[in-house]
Write a protein that binds this ligand. Structure first.
Ligand code: MZP
Length: 502
């Protein structure tokens, strides 16, 4: 056997030594934009970039369409989990792609003598929760009222009751007029706690609605959102078994980037999958591969055509692969070696293949460490599973809120394709656990907090961009005693009381 001279290390064993920071180096000036897929030296820009270096893990308990929309709003990318039917994964992808941020303009309207069935049919057709009632049922007709079709009152109406009996009449409505800008409409909607704002002309005739679909976007500039036709970026997991059916379905649904999801990626199965994608789509479909933990693994996948390479075996919070099979490597050592191979490959071929560090992030500063070690972006499972947007149950256990989080290699997920080495279609033994994680609130708030810390540390290194951090950061291994020194020590926390100090 080849025996490495040095032990492998993980993030918790490293610290960053601050460098010089100038007055210009302030957190608000830090740019966290990063490359997601490979590009050639000299090309204007990488074909797919992200505004923040975070992606959510390809896991049932992490990345569904809700998570993908929330993370895309913050500038990151979710990889929708592949351990579900092709149809259901493709539906999630298409839900993200068809999601319209912020305001949409609509002229859905109906006559006062319409019935509940008419309203519900209109709602079904347009997807709008509010309809205008105009005298003649056309947008040109005089606006006489408004009906919130999602309103419980509507669902309790008998099917043939008339709309006029449950609409909010015109004199109680807040409306905008033709001169109302979308910016003003935004303010009126928000100030009056409305879902939508009918816009009428000077005769009171309905012109259209400015319609709020999403409360969390209330502060976004609607003008920007309407002119840009922003479509969120979404990724999706694939496997090395059913790619001939899954990839076309995901591409058809609009997936921007795919990733082969496997616990061990240095395999002919991955090469075959990458070759098939290249043969069918050339470079137009972007696909990452992994996971690997050393130089050879990286070079194999880069040469097989991977658009990015994912690093990490056995470091995930729910992972017991190292215990079960004895394979893996400390995440920091694995990442450092792979990023070095990535840089050499770039020098030699002129092709830059981004590296994703996957798993094992415990503290926010681990994100900064991973970036400094050379990662272009970081994949996190446990971190995102704690938020409102993850697709799992929130429970109250002994007075504390928790969310469920389980591994893809657990009996609960049964994602045998992720661990497949060509045997039967089954999980031979578990490589992951089913667990709880402390509930942490909204994705938006937590991501903002994490990235604030990343930006501050980057400034401590005098870096205003991720490539600058990679170039300037100085990292040191720390002894186990200095790790103890890093937390609070030799004091008694006030909320623990003096008795616990004895
Ligand atoms: P973490 O962010 O929770 O530490 O790790 C998430 C990563 O663990 C995933 O992106 C994936 O690579 C890996 N994973 C997912 N399921 C298992 C398992 O059941 C696993 N063993 O190791």
């Amino acid at each position: 056997a080849f025996i490495y001279d040095e032990p492998s290390h993980t993030f918790g064993e490293y610290l960053i030594i601050p460098g010089y920071s100038s007055c210009e180096c302030v957190p608000s000036a830090v740019n966290l934009k990063t490359s997601v897929v490979k590009y050639r030296k000299g090309e204007e820009e990488c074909p797919l970039t992200m505004n923040i270096p975070l992606v959510s893990a390809i896991m049932q308990s992490v990345s569904n369409d809700t998570m993908a929309i929330a993370l895309a709003k913050e500038g990151g990318i979710s990889f929708i989990y592949g351990s579900q039917s092709i149809e259901s994964e493709a539906r999630m992808v298409s839900n993200v792609k068809s999601y319209k941020a912020g305001f949409v303009v609509s002229d859905s309207n109906i006559r006062p003598d319409a019935t509940l069935a008419d309203i519900l049919a209109l709602k079904e057709k347009t997807g709008h929760s509010t309809v205008a009632v105009t005298e003649d049922g056309t947008a040109a007709g005089k606006l006489v009222g408004i009906v919130a079709s999602r309103d419980y009152r509507v669902s309790r109406m008998s099917p043939d009751e008339k709309v006029s009996s449950f609409m909010t009449p015109i004199d109680k409505l807040v409306t905008g007029d033709e001169n109302t800008t979308l910016k003003e409409a935004n303010d009126i909607i928000w100030d009056n706690k409305l879902n939508s704002l009918p816009i009428v002309d000077k005769n009171g005739t309905l012109k259209y609605f400015v319609f709020r679909k999403d409360y969390s976007d209330h502060k976004a500039n609607p003008l920007e959102l309407l002119d840009s036709h922003k479509r969120y970026i979404v990724g999706a997991g694939i496997n090395t078994r059913d790619y001939e059916e899954r990839v076309p379905a995901l591409v058809g649904a609009g997936a921007d980037v795919l990733c082969i999801d496997s616990s061990e990626g240095f395999s002919e199965w991955q090469k075959k999958t990458l070759e098939w994608v290249r043969g069918k789509y050339g470079d137009s479909v972007k696909v990452g591969a992994g996971n690997v933990v050393d130089r050879e693994g990286f070079l194999f996948l880069a040469e097989s055509g991977a658009d990015f390479v994912k690093v990490g075996i056995g470091g995930g919070s729910i992972c017991i692969t190292r215990e079960q099979k004895g394979i893996g490597r400390g995440q920091a050592t694995a990442l450092i070696e792979v990023c070095k191979a990535r840089d050499e490959y770039f020098e030699r071929t002129g092709v830059y293949v981004p590296v994703c560090s996957d798993g094992g992030i415990v503290h926010d500063y681990h994100v900064t460490l991973a970036l400094a070690m050379g990662a272009d972006f970081i994949m996190l499972g446990r971190y995102f599973s704690r938020f409102d947007e993850s697709p799992t149950n929130k429970l109250n256990i002994n007075g504390s809120y928790v969310k469920e989080y389980w591994g893809e290699g657990s009996n609960r997920a049964r994602n045998w394709q992720r661990y497949d080495l060509g045997g039967g279609a089954k999980l031979s033994f578990e490589e992951g656990v089913d667990s709880y994680v402390p509930y942490a609130g909204s994705l938006k708030d937590n991501v903002a907090q994490t990235l604030a810390k990343v930006r501050h540390t980057m400034c401590n290194c005098g870096a205003l961009s991720i490539p600058e951090l990679q170039q300037k950061a100085k990292l040191t291994l720390v002894s186990s005693t200095s790790i103890v020194e890093g937390g609070y020590h030799d004091v008694v926390l006030k909320d623990k009381g003096l008795s616990s100090a004895e």
